[in-house]
Design a protein around this ligand. Structure first.
Ligand SMILES: [Zn+2]
Length: 271
């Protein structure tokens, strides 16, 4: 018969292994109640939260818990990461995942947060094949490897930084979704060939129309920055879809329908 001491040690080892298993610790994080302090942050910083139907509110809270459990937040330039920072960013990132059977940004590991716009090195190919090295000030950046970088005073805009219809957090996390297909090119993971064909036809046409409007100096509903390339077009179209849904559905119905099929929500219901 196995001595009792050895048996107890084996049980302790098995328990320790189970507790260290990532799936188990995530399950534990998800069953914990959503803190009342987090709900207060949502009501204060995410006005749309109060207008979401109850099932989407519940989904969003679960997505926030998973995001906070799996992603590391790093304050840069002396910025202090607080619950308000973590919950606000996780909530906006979670909006893009509602109703979708998908992971929570599986490639993303870190969210770096600066207090305000940050300076990033930039290398650009100029005409004639000349590489130019410079710096650019940014309010957000999404990397294909494992991180998103945000300026807090744009992630939660101050009165001075608020631009209607824009949201840098939605923008950068749309880039994260775009890169899940392996390349960041304006086409995220879709269900099949037919969906890719339709997506490509509609988004190419809308992208070219935006380029033409920008070239002609016309005012556009979709941020003119989207005319720079298809990846930026998808990111700014995502911002407009969530922030200015009725106008987008009216002026760009085919594009709205594509985004509605992809995001599986209709933000007109809440806006
Ligand atoms: Zn972008």
């Amino acid at each position: 018969m196995m001595p009792l001491l050895i048996l107890l040690s084996l049980v302790a080892l098995a328990t320790a292994a189970l507790l260290c298993w990532p799936g188990y610790s995530l399950k534990r994080a998800l069953v914990r109640p959503f803190p009342a302090a987090y709900s207060r942050i949502l009501r204060k910083n995410l006005p749309v939260y109060a207008r979401l139907p109850a099932d989407l509110q519940a989904q969003l809270k679960r997505l926030i818990k998973q995001f906070l459990h799996q992603k590391e937040f790093i304050g840069c330039n002396g910025f202090q990461i607080t619950d308000e920072v973590r919950v606000t960013i996780a909530a906006k990132a979670g909006l893009l995942l509602l109703n979708r059977p998908t992971g929570v940004y599986p490639a993303l590991k870190k969210v770096l947060v600066y207090p305000t716009v940050f300076i990033a090195p930039r290398t650009e190919m100029r005409p004639g094949g000349v590489l130019s090295h410079g710096h650019q000030s940014l309010s957000g950046e999404s990397w294909n490897d494992d991180r998103v970088i945000l300026a807090w005073d744009h992630a939660l805009p101050t009165r001075e930084n608020f631009v209607p219809g824009h949201d840098v957090v939605l923008h950068e996390f749309a880039h994260q979704l775009d890169s899940e297909s392996g390349v960041t090119n304006g086409a995220p993971l879709l269900a099949g060939k037919a969906q890719y064909r339709r997506w490509s036809a509609v988004l190419s046409q809308e992208f070219e129309a935006l380029q033409d409007a920008v070239d002609a100096g016309q005012e556009t509903l979709i941020d003119p920055y989207g005319a720079s390339d298809p990846a930026e077009f998808f990111a700014v179209a995502t911002e407009t879809f969530f922030e200015n849904s009725s106008a987008m559905a009216y002026y760009h119905p085919a594009l709205y329908a594509q985004l509605q099929a992809y995001y599986r929500v209709d933000p007109r219901d809440w806006n």
